[in-house]
Design a protein around this ligand. Sequence first.
Ligand SMILES: [Zn+2]
Length: 276
Amino acid sequence: MTSLAALPWWQDLTPRQIERLAAADGVAVLPLAAIEQHGEHLPLSTDLDIGLGLLQAALPRLRTGLPLCVLPPLAVGLSLEHRGFTGTLSLSPETALATLAELGDSVARAGIRRLVLFNSHGGNKALLDLAALKLRAAHRMLVVRANYFRFAPPIDALPAAELRHGLHGGALETAMMLHLAPHKVRVEAIDTFPSLGQTMAAQGRTLAPEGEAGFAWMAEDLNPGGATGDARLADAALGARLVGHFASVLARVIEDACDFDLAVLDGAGGVGRTPA
Ligand SMILES: [Zn+2]
């Protein structure tokens, strides 16, 4: 259902048009995703489909005239935790960080000072943190770390336990895929995929895969099938609600990036600067 041709792609512009975007103090959005296993019910492209689907849905929610372009997506990310499963593509952490930082350098060189890293894959979180800091240290530019799965979900959309443990191929991702790309979902393979995290929580352990004290995990540590969560809770209506919600938050993030006072980054004590 997503018409990707409708996105305002960076690569569709000419040098002069990019210069105009920079002169208009525009925002560049870089979608970051993964090509990795999501169990047998979802395709390898799940994170890419969700990321681009959310971006597509965010566009009509933006105020009109906002100067914006979308960089070519970094489809392959950091997926070491899924490399035990056939089909997963992954960069090394070093290569992924260098790639992201070098793309950001290119954007800065074009005179664009507002960059939104929009990420749809949990395994890329640390990468965004490091790349954003590297870019900020090197350039007086705003680099936003926007991970949609860190946006507060709509109230009562899913049980708290599913939101906590359904990290991968669970109800959340399956529902959005049933809405965005239903032809790619193998509904006969939809099931519940209990996570080691649930077992540990039931035992009252302090440690959890993504808890206050987390630990590094490979997907097969959490569930031998590679997915976690109860995908049976997913349906297309829930997916539509989730996509609409996350897209609205993303639109606000992009507008805030557009309105951010860049004087703060010039060390000029701009409005909004937090006193040390
Ligand atoms: Zn995913």
